[in-house]
Ligand binder design. Sequence first.
Ligand code: GDP
Ligand code: ZN
Length: 397
Amino acid sequence: MTQAEMNLGMLGHVDHGKTTLTEKLTGKWTDTHSEEIKRGISIRLGYADAYIYHCAKCDLFSTEAKCPKCSGKTKLLRKISIVDAPGHETLMTTVIAATSILNGVLFLIAANEPCPQPQTNEHLLVLNATGIKNIIVVQTKVDLVSKEKAIESYNQIKQFLKGSVAENAPIVPVSANYNLNIDALLKTISQVMTTPKYDDSAQLRMYVSRSFDVNKPGAEISALNGGVLGGSIVQGLLKIGDELEIKPGVIKKEGAKPSALNCKVKLLMEETEKLEVARPGGLVAIGTTLDPSLTKADALVGAVVGRKGEVPDPAEIVKVKYTLLTRKDIENPPLRESEPVVVNVHTSTAVGFVSGIAKGIATIKLKKSTVVYKDMHVALSRRFGQRWRLSAWGTIV
Ligand code: GDP
Ligand code: ZN
C-alpha cells in the first residue's frame, strides 16, 4: 500500500478537537493560522495521512505497526488522508468548493457543551448542501463529563441530526487526550468509509492546492529541479512521463489573458511515498519540467491539471445557480447586482462582482479567470465589514 486511498474532511465547532484528533490519527499537526486565512480569503488545505492497523490476535484497531496491547506485528488495513482547513469560514468554504475531493467527513461535536453550537449548526447546513453521505459523528472530550452528561449530550446530538444527511451516521464517543475509544473510531472508519472504485480510464483531472520551488537559493542552474505541483487528483490516472497541461497558467503581460503551461511528469509522490502511478487520494506531488520560478510560493494554486488538450479554457464569467445560507449571526439578504463576491471553486479563489441576477442564477464577472466545469460546486462569500463570510453555495450552470 502506498498512496492514500481516500480523503476525509474534518468538520466541527471551533475548539471541539479537530486539530487534536487529526494529530491523534495521523501523528501530524495540521493547524496553521495566517492573517489571510483568518480573514477568510485564502484557502489552505492541510493533508495528513492516517495509517489504520489491525491486530488479529487482539482484534484491536490502532495507528501502530506494533500492537499496543500484545506488542505483536499488526496488519496495515488502510491509508486515509485527513483533509483539514483552519478557520470556520475557510473550512465551510473548502468543504463546499472541494466536495469533489472529499469522500467522507468526520463531524466533531464536543460532549461538554450543549449541542448545537453555532458553528456545529452551520456545518450541518454545509453537509446538507454538499450531499456528502459518508459521515461519522465523533463525540469528543468525553473525559470532561460524567457518564450521565455524556449520554445526555449523545441524545442531544441525535436530536440535532434528525432529518439531516447525518441522521443515521454512527456516533462514536472519544477522548483524544486520554486515547479513549480511538480504537473504536478507527474500526468505524474502516467499516463506514469504504474506498471508492476509481475509474482509471476517466479523463485525468487534478486541482492544485500547493506549488513550490524545491531548490535552495543560489543553486547551480545545472542542479536545478523543476517546479513542483501538489494537489488532489479527482479522477483518472497519472504516470511518470505523462504530458500535462495546466490552466489558467500564467499571465505573461499585464492585462493579457493567461497562457496555459505544458510540462512532463518527472516524479510522483504522496507524502513520503514515491509512486509510479497516482490516483485519487491524499496530496499528490508532481515533480515537473516546469521552470521552478513559475511554481514558487503557491503561484499555481487554483489551477487545474489534465492531459494536453483536455483542460477547458478558463472562464472570466461564471453563472451560478445559488442558494443563500441561513446564518444566525449575520443578515444575509439576496445577492445584489454589482456587489463584490469571492468565488471558490475546487481550490481556486477569485474575486468578482455580480453582473446580473435572474431566476436564482447569478452571473459573476471574475477578476481572475478560472477553470470551471458544469455542475461543479461553488461557494460564494460576501463582505461584512473587513471580512468575507460564506453567504451562498451553488453549482455552475
Ligand atoms: P479545533 O479548534 O477543533 O481544532 O480544536 P483543538 O483540537 O485545537 O482543541 C481545542 C482544545 O481542546 C485544546 O486545548 C485541546 O487540547 C482540547 N481537546 C481536544 N480534544 C480533547 C479531548 O478529547 N479531551 C480534552 N479534555 N480536551 C481536548
Ligand atoms: Zn495484539
